[in-house]
Design a protein around this ligand. Structure first.
Ligand code: HEC
Length: 123
């Protein structure tokens, strides 16, 4: 590959990563908000690592499942995960202890990042 061509690739890479791309800024904000929501609202029951052992889970009649269960992971799609988060467990026939988060209804990017978080916790 010529030197000029190689430099050109580096330049394109840099402008994509840090150039004034509003889309990626907005996404970084969604990632940050999702992380905040996870820490502030979800960890209580689901546990920091998603295994379902948060302090709030002890008192629940139906315990949150472990997000680390590969069978469960492959049995649900992101649409369902997002529906449970926004509309609550009861909306899909799960226990109502999984409360709805209606303030996230108009924040699809945050919902998406929360779904990704739930997926990442499987690893
Ligand atoms: C008060 C405790 C509690 C809090 C807080 C909570 N959950 Fe849950 N969650 C549950 C319980 C209990 C279930 C399982 C309900 C069942 O299996 O019937 C559940 C289920 C789920 C499921 C579906 C799992 C499945 O079986 O399909 C997802 C996804 C989920 N929670 C994500 C979240 C996220 C993200 C948050 C934070 C926004 C959150 N939960 C906050 C208790 C909680």
């Amino acid at each position: 590959m010529s030197r000029t061509l190689a430099l050109c690739f580096v330049f394109v890479g840099l402008t994509t990563a840090c150039g004034g791309d509003k889309g990626s800024d907005a996404n970084a904000a969604a990632v940050a908000e999702a992380e905040k929501v996870w820490q502030e609202r979800c960890v209580t029951c689901h546990g920091a690592d998603g295994s379902g052992n948060g302090p709030g889970a002890a008192a629940l009649e139906v315990k949150p499942r472990s997000f680390k269960d590969p069978t469960w992971q492959s049995s649900v799609d992101n649409e369902r995960i997002k529906k449970v988060i926004v509309e609550g467990g009861a909306s899909v026939g799960l226990n109502a202890a999984m409360a709805p988060n209606p303030d996230l209804k108009d924040k699809p990017a945050v919902q998406e990042e929360l779904a990704k978080k739930v997926r990442k916790l499987a690893q």
